[in-house]
Design a protein. Structure first.
Length: 156
């Protein structure tokens, strides 16, 4: 609840300064999305918000795992991202080309190839199993059972 209030404060500060900060919370994951038209302003916004976040974490005696903390810059190629470094508590936050967000791997160019490769490798592990059991399983019966269980769970 307190963190939600802090997120509202962050949104109010951002709207007063003519830029957008969107906070997305899901379970124990927190994501900050900054939107600005000019790269220089974006860097300032990110720095200011990271200082606010760091202060809030310290005041509330929380811990942020910097090994799992990263950032990506989405947008036009005009951004000089090589000069952009982000710090939190004196430690540099790593910049990544792609990251996993709610189970989807998002590329900084908004391409899907990393996610497709990830899914391909996941499915590939099970192909040989399905190939080996294909003669031992009645596929039609199995599909009907799965459909029945799905419908019953949805109705109940």
């Amino acid at each position: 609840m307190i963190f939600s209030l802090q997120c509202q404060v962050l949104k109010l500060v951002s709207s007063a300064n003519n830029f957008t900060v969107t906070v997305k919370l899901f379970a124990d994951d927190t994501n900050l999305f900054f939107h600005c038209k000019h790269p220089e302003e974006l860097y300032t916004i990110a720095d200011t918000s990271m200082v606010q976040l760091s202060e809030w974490i310290t005041v509330n005696k929380l811990h942020l795992n910097l090994d799992k903390t990263c950032y990506s810059i989405f947008g036009s190629s005009q951004l000089s991202i090589s000069d952009f470094k982000q710090y939190l508590n004196g430690r540099e936050v790593k910049m990544v080309e792609h990251c996993k967000y709610l189970g989807i791997i998002i590329n900084c160019h908004l391409k899907w190839q990393h996610h497709i490769d990830y899914l391909y490798n996941k499915v590939l592990k099970f192909v040989s199993i399905f190939y080996q059991i294909r003669t031992k399983v009645n596929a039609r019966r199995l599909c009907l059972q799965l459909l029945t269980v799905t419908v019953v769970n949805v109705v109940v």
